[in-house]
Design a protein around this ligand. Sequence first.
Ligand SMILES: *Cc1c(COP(=O)(O)O)cnc(C)c1O
Length: 651
Amino acid sequence: MSKKTSWTLKDAEDYYGFKRWGGSHFSVDPKGCLCVHPMGDDRKIRILDVVREAASMGLRPPLTIRVQDLLRRRVIQLNEAFAKAVESEDYKGRYRGVFPIKVNQLREVVEEILDAGEPFGFGIEAGSKPELLIALALTESRDSLLICNGYKDEEFIELALMGRKLGKQTVLVVEQVSEVDAIIRMARRMGVTPHIGIRVKLATAGEGKWAESTGENAKFGLTASEIMAAVEKLRRARMTDALRLVHFHIGSQVPNIATIKKAVVEAARYYCELAKMGFPMGLLDVGGGLGIDYDGSRSAYESSMNYSMEVYARDVVAHVKQVCEAARVPVPDIVSESGRALVAPHSILIFEAVDRIARDGNAGRPPKGKPHQVIRELEAILRNKRGYDPLERFHDAKEKRDEAHSRFTLGYLSLEQRAYVDRLYWQICRDLRAQMASHADVPDELARLDSMLAEQYVCNFSVFQSLLDHWALDQLFPIAPIHRLGERPTVQATLADITCDSDGKVDDFIDLEDVRRTLALHPLRKGEPYYIGAFMVGAYQDIMGDLHNLFGRVNEAHVFLEDDEADGFYIEEAIPGYSVERILGMIQYNAEDLCRMLKRQVDRATRADSVKPREGVAMVDLYERLIRGSTYLIPEREARPRPTAKARRGR
Ligand SMILES: *Cc1c(COP(=O)(O)O)cnc(C)c1O
């Protein structure tokens, strides 16, 4: 950020990276508000308007906004990318994608994907019994695949084979050799021919944060000799016509296209070998891994990707074709299980910054009385700017502050004096930072002053509920204010959530290179909400959040473009977040019982005359109202008006 000229909307776009990570889907309007363009064209929705509309329906932030048209757009984009690749490579097979439901199982998300994918025969991938139960009911189309991965017991297999009986294209992907016996046994019992796939353990190593899904020690998949054993079992059972598919998954968010190419070639070799052994085959499943460019750098860095969806499709199709041609094997239909790439962009988390934790202000006046030696020394360090090596000045200040702290502990310094010492120290640090601002080569310790001096904005949400991977994996998400973008953001801040956990914070932010330790935000104004968005949170975050501190699922608004109106939208679905009562129920508390227990105590206090009857009633009312309410904070400006002293006295 340059200090010289005035701040423009373009500066905001550049600083927060809206165009880089958001492509054609985000823009800033003349009022300084962030807009989402669901279809990537001119039609747009102002996010602040959605927040206000949702609030008028009783859904205040933290709020998940699902941009359903954007979700549809991604499904169509993926299918079209593969269709184009099939055409340009003159590929003789088809693309038959499936949505790995574990990435976001919410009904409205899955239904939207299936609806948008209907013309393409888009199917579902399930990895557990509950997921398969959803998938079986929701897939009526006979043209789409239903791929079953994950560990399977007899019930899982029976359920999948029931799908075959209903005429569905259910494929049971074998993850361990023992599953082959179970499938053969259950298929015989039910009198149905199963469709079986084999997940191969590739030698190609994955890359990025989620790379452990591959290699010798992977949890899933069969080695070459295990595949030979599985194949032998099928032969002995005279079920060779069951084998249809080869599958691999090298992990999510693969940043480097070279890794994908290598894995596709290796898996295609497995496919060709099995086809040459005489199995019917027909399907090659390249799993997930298609990435999202969270930081917008288009690099092979772990929160980015060095390829587009179109390049991905073309490379997959071209390499499968090459390998099959060389082996003189007819090409398979290609299946992919892209989850993150489909659902991440559609979901936006909005939360409000409700307070700030600032550093001590300037040194101000010294305490009365004769100043202590250590104070005089710190004052000298503050005054003495010229000709003092900055790093040395910092070290000296730190040393003196440490000395003062131990003197306080030993009883030689008063609380007032210690407070003054701290203020002196922070003023020296701010001084140093200002001095370093114009330097090109800042020593590491001084570079860290930025985050040391940063303010913390306290934000009304829980990292553990809504941004779990930021905590668990240090995953970076784009984060930016959704309004006031025409104003220069002058406060360097990090974010603290409202859990009582020191890990409940965000202090790493996307940047074009490396990572930012602070984010420039706007000063908070009294009585006026300040809304911040976390973007591309539709994959995994929606589903994996936990109830740390008993903060529940957040409110949700599902938004559609309104076609008749310029820049219009409507909220089709409003889903209230978890009430306290609901959360308590999950951990075995009954709200009514709790209310009764509380009331008993109030009654006792009333009888003992330590609480007036009127007060007692109000206490029980309050308790009952809050137990039915939200788990999150209610901002001060929205708190229920308290009766004035006069009203309270009146009868
Ligand atoms: C999780 C998973 C996926 C989804 O991966 P993305 O990288 O989100 O596309 C696909 N297939 C399998 C087997 C998975 O376990």
